[in-house]
Design a protein around this ligand. Structure first.
Ligand SMILES: [Mg+2]
Length: 237
């Protein structure tokens, strides 16, 4: 544990995931999906609708990427599939309202996040980066609403978080993987690719996980799993 903490503290760049690490995201999506299923209740059970949506979202991902606008297209496409000609302008209008509400996620910082980031950002030891994937404008607006932007030296919004994007980050900041620490809630996006490249990671699971982010988790000598963001104050003095 001491060796791992020393390695963390020797990192030059500490990057933070945003959705479900700094603020709630998945719970807003779950609510939107539930409201959407209520609108479409005449056309199928909650389970049938969710299964149809999952399939369409998966098929759309390569072309649409992540974010509310992509989700909205999948909601409409699924509605058309299950409702057919019975889908009315009123149904469509309600789905549009649900998506718009989702787009206005207040991005309120999770407990302890602001205080912790403020301390870490004051340390001369690390450069702090906010590293999030999704629609650039949507993510920028959430960062603005969260009020957390001031705690980061740099902000990077990427379309995916795989080894390819992490390698690009290392080049951009002129660091080796062993000088990089990633903090995030998604094992698949924030942890596994970084470990694979030889970087360090802190995993802070969120109580809800998007089905598309589910993967088998494992232990690793470069990885620390913690329960709450505030613990980072002691980990990264
Ligand atoms: Mg996340």
């Amino acid at each position: 544990m001491q060796a791992l903490l020393s390695s963390f503290r020797a990192c030059r760049v500490v990057a933070f995931d945003a959705d479900d690490t700094l603020w709630d995201n998945q719970m807003h999506y779950r609510k939107a999906e539930s409201d959407w299923a209520s609108v479409l209740a005449p056309f199928g059970s909650r389970e049938e609708l969710s299964a149809a949506l999952y399939e369409i979202e998966t098929a759309n991902m390569a072309e649409l990427g992540y974010g509310t606008k992509a989700f909205f297209m999948s909601l409409i496409q699924t509605a058309l599939k299950v409702g057919g000609d019975r889908l009315t302008a009123a149904h469509t209008g309600r789905i549009l309202d649900i998506a718009r509400e989702l787009l206005r996620n207040p991005a309120t910082p999770l407990p302890g996040v602001e205080e912790t980031l403020s301390k870490i950002s004051r340390s001369a030891r690390y450069k702090t980066v906010l590293l999030t994937k999704g629609d650039p404008l949507e993510q920028e607006l959430k960062i603005e609403r969260s009020g957390l932007g001031k705690y980061f030296d740099f902000i990077d919004i990427v379309s995916a978080k795989t080894v390819r994007e992490y390698n690009a980050i290392f080049s951009k900041y002129g660091i080796s993987p062993s000088e990089f620490l990633m903090v995030g809630n998604s094992f698949k996006s924030d942890i596994a690719p970084v470990l694979e490249l030889g970087g360090y990671a802190v995993h802070i699971p969120y109580h809800l996980l998007w089905e598309h982010e589910v993967m088998e988790e494992y232990e690793h000598p470069n990885l620390l799993k913690i329960t709450t963001f505030s613990l980072l104050q002691d980990i990264l003095p």
